[in-house]
Design a protein. Structure first.
Length: 315
């Protein structure tokens, strides 16, 4: 599977003029994950050597990933932070290699200094799971670079995130907190047309919270106001709430790497709801899913246009 030929207008959530420097297509985009960590929840240790990580990123792009997201610090529940120098040591050779190969790279980091060096090396966007809360320097770096920036819903670092998973109404609360973060990063100089929102599935959220948010994606995207929703990054791939749903008769959650089929189902739902991009560990089936959804939506538009013409002709 290869990339769609030519650059065309992005689907609804990413209106023309938004997200400069990123690929566009008449469908939901696919972001492939390369975790250069020993302890990420599903693939920690798989791509520690820079050569292996670059090869993995190239493989994901060849399978249909529009963007490859490179991260050097685990954000799994309970993870402890690592020094900035170690994060840089892990990610920089990988970013350099992937950029050299002509791949669109996203840097997955909560540190402004790491983001700055990654952008200088050719990364085109910043995926910050803290939404700028972990490092006050982050928004200044993003604003100065003028690159797309993912504002994720976040309530605290991984070491104690579940202690903060208390909501009155998770959809309303996440929407309100994301709205405040978007307001603040814009006040810090980040271009509104470069903002992407992410409801932060799994971050300070129990399984029922995640399912409620998935059922309400249009409410999250509506943060941009009528007619101008923010592009939404949907990142559910292999997360714990999927494994718990698919637990065996003994109650044991399904292993992370055996939840890829369920991830594809969620990708299709997210694409149908209008997500701008899905972030996944395994690309091929997810790339197929977004193309199928796009074709169904095209058929719906064709049918609606045909019905309109037929109706006007009979009056």
């Amino acid at each position: 599977m290869t990339h769609d030929a030519g650059a065309r207008a992005a689907p609804g959530p990413a209106a023309p003029g938004r997200l400069s420097g990123l690929p566009s297509a008449p469908r939901t985009l696919v972001m492939g994950v390369v975790n250069v960590t020993p302890d990420s929840f599903s693939d920690g240790g798989s791509w520690l050597a820079p050569e292996a990580a670059v090869a993995r990123g190239e493989e994901l792009a060849a399978c249909g990933a529009d963007i490859v997201d490179v991260g050097g610090e685990s954000t799994r529940p309970g993870a402890q932070r690592i020094p900035a120098g170690e994060e840089l040591r892990r990610v920089m050779p990988v970013i350099t290699g992937l950029v050299r190969a002509g791949i669109c790279v996203s840097i997955d980091t909560m540190r402004g200094g790491v983001a700055e060096q990654a952008l200088r090396a050719g990364a085109r966007m910043v995926n910050d799971v803290s939404g700028g809360l972990a490092d006050p320097d982050m928004t200044g770096v993003v604003a100065a670079a003028g690159v797309p920036y993912v504002v994720n819903h976040w309530r605290g670092h991984s070491a104690d995130m579940y202690g903060k998973a208390v909501y009155d109404d998770v959809v309303a609360d996440v929407r309100a907190e994301l709205s405040l973060r978007v307001h603040d990063v814009i006040a810090d100089g980040v271009d509104p047309s470069q903002i992407i929102v992410d409801p932060g599935l799994g971050f300070a959220k129990h399984a029922p919270h995640n399912w409620a948010l998935i059922a309400s994606l249009p409410d999250i995207m509506a943060l941009g106001g009528p007619g101008s929703p923010f592009p939404l990054l949907f990142a559910a791939s292999r997360k714990r709430f999927i494994g718990r749903l698919l637990a065996g008769p003994d109650g044991e959650p399904r292993p992370f790497t055996e939840s890829d089929d369920a991830t594809v189902a969620l990708t299709a739902l997210a694409a149908a709801a209008g997500a701008w991009c899905v972030r996944v560990h395994e690309v091929p089936a997810n790339a197929d899913a977004v193309r199928v959804v796009a074709r169904v939506q095209e058929a719906q538009r064709e049918r609606a246009a045909g019905s309109g013409q037929a109706g006007s002709g009979s009056q």
